[in-house]
Every structure is written in structure tokens, then in C-alpha cells.
Design a binder for this molecule. Structure first.
Ligand code: ZN
Length: 83
């Protein structure tokens, strides 16, 4: 599995899936930590750590399955105007 770097404190951070932009922990008033996952040459999906973990579990941590699932979800969301 690739090591997807976590970005902390990015003001414009917003999860592509759940749309959260605030840190879920009430004691931290900072932007949500996110990971950028490049699913194709010009499309990058931004996932919060919670969504990232969910996707990771669902793909059994197979990188190809993981990225393919993200591509399918992204395409589906694009169709209905969510991304
Ligand atoms: Zn999320």
C-alpha cells in the first residue's frame, strides 16, 4: 500500500466524501486533517482520515482495489453533481 501523506492545518481542506472541513475533535479548532489520493492523472480525491480508514478497510488494503473504488465513487458522485 502506498503511503498517502496526511496534511494537517490546511485551511481549504474538505473531505470529498463526507464534506467535513472542520476537525471532528472539539478540542481542536483547526482544519480537518486530510489525505490526497490521486485517482487519475488529473483528478485527486481529498479524504478525511475517517473516510480514508473506511475505504481502506473495504478494499482490504489492496492499493488497486482501493483506488479503483475511489474512481468509481468519484464518477458516481460527479454524475449527480456532488463533486
Ligand atoms: Zn470524510
Amino acid at each position: 500500500m502506498k503511503n498517502y501523506r496526511t496534511i494537517y492545518g490546511l485551511e481549504t481542506a474538505k473531505c470529498s466524501w463526507c464534506k467535513r472541513s472542520l476537525n471532528p475533535h472539539p478540542e481542536y479548532s483547526e482544519p480537518i486533517p486530510v489525505k490526497f489520493i490521486e485517482i487519475s492523472r488529473n483528478i485527486t480525491v481529498t479524504l478525511c482520515l475517517w473516510c480514508f480508514e473506511q475505504e481502506l478497510k473495504e478494499s482490504n488494503e489492496f492499493e488497486e482495489v482501493f483506488e479503483e473504488t475511489l474512481r468509481e465513487k468519484y464518477d458516481a458522485m460527479k454524475l449527480i453533481g456532488l463533486v
